[in-house]
Design a protein around this ligand. Structure first.
Ligand SMILES: [Zn+2]
Length: 402
């Protein structure tokens, strides 16, 4: 903050404080407001005389005069607290922060991806460590093949070549190894009950009969699941042994892996058993030694499930922060919709300038640092926000200039 700004802000906050406290501003309150505005602690000494002078002068005015003056300076007072730089990340050690983002292969990055992804990226850059872009493609039914290349290109640009890209479907043997390990530790079992039957057990808080099978029987069932002549899709699922009386029904013996015969764009027909999100995510986070996770708050239940998986292996669960949802009043951020539009010829491609994609914005002259700064400004907040397109781009433009 330069001196001119400081004088203006000091006057504004002193007036505001004075009006609240019958005409007498408190110097301490004014200084803490200035910290929120970006005043550095080490600069207080340099400016303290000036600040005192201003506060004194304002306190000598009448309340009416103060109100009149404040009317002119009101714009200097932030409506919300402004933080300078990133907040501290709990338990972060210099050079040892490992974080990830986990996009699904549904399209190129749009501004919604950039907003959340850059929060984790910023922290890794701040402390030093590793940053992974992990493409979650273990559901063969839900893959847009071009997304692999698109995500790779966008990641290179947005994260300045500093992200390591990992594709989950290339790690199947690791998930299989863990699946067997969980069976051996009696933390998982293979359930051959129908979906309806299992839901009934869950509702009645009863164990399904498969739960008490021996490790040997479960390992046989596992072989049967992965073998080509074995169970058919829907006939068997690998389940985590949590607790069938868990107060949250969604936590009761949740599934870890299932059979899906849809050919996978990269693995073709090599695998028939696919890990579900909670297995693949927990295993990767363990293997990649994740230290911190920042994710959308709708993943709170998944976080709980993954914590249970960590506990089986007596591993310490990463520090986890949740983010609120950002909604645009006048714009829909949906990779699926954009893909459809491109297929129908409504858009020329992912770089079509009407799309809020990273590719399109890159063409318009936006730099990666604009997105980093935008995310720095958001920080870690669990509250939902609604903004409109104009507001978003006004902010992004201001960060693109600096
Ligand atoms: Zn069962």
């Amino acid at each position: 903050m330069n001196k001119k700004d400081l004088v203006k802000k000091t006057r504004a906050y002193a007036l505001k404080n004075a009006i609240v406290y019958s005409g007498k501003a408190q110097q301490g309150a004014v200084i803490s407001a200035l910290f929120n505005e970006g005043l550095k602690k080490q600069d207080v000494k340099k400016y303290i005389k000036k600040i005192s002078e201003i506060v004194k002068k304002i306190n000598s005015l009448s309340l009416d005069e103060q109100k009149k003056e404040f009317g002119k300076l009101e714009g200097e007072v932030s409506k919300r607290k402004v933080r300078e730089g990133l907040p501290e990340l709990p338990n972060a050690k210099k050079g040892k922060v490992v974080m990830r983002i986990a996009p699904s292969p549904s399209g190129a990055f749009h501004i919604g991806h950039a907003m959340t992804a850059c929060i984790s990226f910023n922290f890794v850059m701040k402390y030093g460590g590793k940053f992974y872009v992990r493409i979650e493609d273990t559901n063969p039914d839900n893959i847009y093949t071009k997304a692999y290349k698109l995500i790779e290109q966008d990641s290179k640009w947005l994260f300045n070549n500093k992200a390591k890209i990992v594709i989950q479907s290339g790690r199947m043997e690791i998930y299989y190894k863990y699946a067997k390990k969980f069976i051996e530790k009696k933390a998982a079992y293979i359930c051959t009950c129908s979906g309806d039957k299992f839901r009934e057990y869950s509702k009645e808080k009863k164990n399904c009969p498969c739960r008490k099978l021996s490790v040997k029987e479960n390992l046989e069932r596992w072989e049967n699941m992965i073998s080509k002549k074995g169970y058919k899709p829907g006939e068997a699922v690998l389940r985590f042994k949590s607790n069938m009386k868990h107060k949250n029904p969604a936590m009761r013996d949740f599934p870890l892996a299932r059979i899906n015969l849809t050919p996978h764009p990269l693995q073709k027909k090599k695998y028939r058993v696919w890990p579900l999100m909670n297995l693949a995510v927990a295993v990767d986070d363990i293997e990649m030694k994740m230290t911190h996770i920042i994710r959308a708050k709708e993943h709170r239940d998944n976080s709980e499930r993954q914590k249970m998986i960590y506990n089986v292996l007596k591993k310490k669960f990463p520090w986890t922060g949740f983010l609120g949802r950002w909604k645009f009043k006048d714009m829909e951020l949906s990779s699926r919709k954009f893909t459809e539009g491109i297929k129908e010829g409504k858009y020329s491609g992912w770089g079509d300038e009407r799309l809020p994609t990273i590719q399109a914005l890159k063409k318009k002259g936006y730099k990666p640092s604009a997105f980093w700064k935008f995310s720095e400004n958001i920080g870690l907040s669990e509250s939902d926000k609604t903004i409109d397109k104009d507001e978003y781009f006004k902010l992004l433009n201001s960060f693109n200039k600096n």
